[in-house]
Design a protein around this ligand. Structure first.
Ligand SMILES: [Zn+2]
Length: 342
């Protein structure tokens, strides 16, 4: 199936009756046209910039919402072609400058956890100096440049994170919630260039994860099937899913931001997902992604990983505005296209 997000109606139409019903159980969507009139003085510029006047004068908007989670995305491909004036030049050589990098010397230049450090083959843990939760530490990669990745490194980072989580769990009576995240480069919120994954072990379930948990529990009660399995089925039916070593990859229909990928795993520990995560990151880098967020957490028996592109390091404007914070996400990438590339 080779649809575009603007042909979502056709994609849904060709589904079997059951699959279509399942789709509509999850999603409501609308394809509409936003119209405008280009003044003569702008015509040449618009043609050069966007290819044709028609494309701009009648723009297709796809609005799709997950009825259970409230995740809502507004797609308009034209937005990725619009001029961005706030560019600041960034030299990728900067990523190789190790000059005063504290993380290049973690044992002397980063704090340790009270129980010490967990050492991996390609990384070491450090305690976060300004914590956002009581157990909040880092896996600091041996490799400085965060865009240099290898499969066995990713596996080691995650395994080291898991070992840290075990250490922290030993000190706590209450069951802790594992949340690993990788903010890569500035656009993603990372303040330090040197590659690192952040680890938290929280007593309180994070609000957004609790909402998802509640959605899954309510879904089970109402339909007597599994929310995550059905979410996968809907994506698979539309050609928006693939598999890698038993892990299921969704090219998410309601991305939080560009090119969001949702991985469903039955792994008991996150390092078992390393091959899939490595391959996805490799695909991201091949597509030119420079800055991303990766989050890994548990949901019932699943490990879920979510990965999102945060845009070009050259752009000064943030990719997230009031729409994303308070309403719905504005997206220019097409999950159908993503499914073909990855
Ligand atoms: Zn460094």
């Amino acid at each position: 199936m080779k649809y575009k997000i603007t042909e979502l109606d056709k994609g849904v139409e060709q589904l079997s009756r059951d699959a279509r019903e399942l789709f509509y159980r999850f999603y409501s969507f609308e394809i509409s046209t936003g119209s405008l009139k280009i003044p003569v003085e702008m015509e040449n510029w618009v043609k050069k910039r966007f290819g044709s006047l028609e494309r701009v004068e009648n723009q297709q908007i796809v609005s799709i919402k997950n009825k259970f989670t409230g995740e809502h995305s507004l797609f308009n491909k034209l937005r990725s072609d619009r001029p961005i004036e706030a560019k600041s030049a960034i030299a990728l050589e900067e990523l190789e400058e190790k000059g005063k990098c504290l993380f290049c010397n973690p044992e002397k230049q980063t704090p340790a956890d009270v129980f010490g450090r967990v050492k991996g083959e390609y990384c070491i843990t450090g305690s976060n100096i300004a914590k956002y939760d009581s157990s909040h530490s880092l896996v600091i990669f041996n490799e400085h440049n965060p865009l240099e990745i290898k499969r066995e490194w990713v596996e080691d980072y995650l395994r080291t994170g898991e070992r840290w989580f075990e250490e922290v769990s030993k000190l706590e009576k209450k069951k802790l919630q594992k949340f690993f995240l990788w903010n890569c480069l500035w656009r993603s919120g990372a303040s330090i260039i040197h590659g690192h994954i952040q680890l938290t072990a929280s007593r309180m379930r994070y609000g957004k994860l609790e909402v998802l948990e509640k959605v899954a529990a309510d879904y089970k009660r109402e339909f007597n099937t599994d929310y995550i399995e059905d979410l996968y089925k809907v994506h698979e039916g539309l050609g928006l899913a693939s598999e890698n070593k038993g892990e299921r990859i969704l090219f998410y229909l309601t991305p939080i931001k560009e090119k969001e990928i949702f991985v469903i795993s039955k792994a008991r520990k996150s390092d078992e997902m390393a091959d899939t995560i490595y391959k996805l990151l490799r695909s991201y880098l091949n597509m030119g992604v420079q800055s991303f967020n990766l989050a890994i957490f548990q949901l019932g028996d699943y490990h879920i990983a979510r990965l999102v592109d945060r845009g070009s390091l050259e752009d000064r404007n943030s990719d997230i505005g009031a729409m994303e914070l308070y309403a719905a996400s504005v997206i220019s990438s097409d999950p159908f296209k993503l499914a073909q590339v990855i």
